[in-house]
Design a protein around this ligand. Structure first.
Ligand SMILES: [Zn+2]
Length: 127
């Protein structure tokens, strides 16, 4: 059975080396523990924090996600809600960003590790 492809593994939050082990210990819907990462991959034992402070760079990814989301929300409100008051824009944006904190946090870390972790896919480690 072939392993997951790059995009599927990234979207499912799998380890970039084996594409099988999960990076996070709990699902994103667990509000109290959505941010808990495994220290190493449960399948191939890859250290998921390559160096201390590695994920500080994920802040920039998170910022990019936030700005892209702001643009999308603004365009949708402008064209589909008839350009409401600026307080509607602010309220909708803040509400949605709070609701999406778990996804923003997780995908910024996942994407940062995939792009800048320097980790190559190793198919024999897949299960
Ligand atoms: Zn792994």
């Amino acid at each position: 059975m072939p392993g997951r492809n790059y995009l599927t593994a990234l979207l499912q939050g799998r380890c970039p080396r084996c594409r099988t082990g999960k990076m996070f210990a709990f699902p994103a819907t667990n509000i109290a523990k959505f941010n808990v990462m495994h220290t190493e991959c449960p399948v191939c034992e890859l250290r998921l924090q390559p160096e201390p402070g590695f994920y500080q760079g994920a802040m920039y990814v998170s910022y990019a996600f936030t700005i892209a989301f702001l643009v999308v929300v603004s365009v949708v409100l402008y064209y589909f809600a008839g350009d409401p008051s600026e307080w509607v824009y602010i309220g909708v944006f803040i509400t949605l960003m709070i609701l999406l904190v778990p996804l923003n946090y997780r995908y910024s870390r996942i994407l940062f590790l995939y792009l800048f972790g320097g980790i190559k896919y190793n198919p024999p480690l897949s299960k």
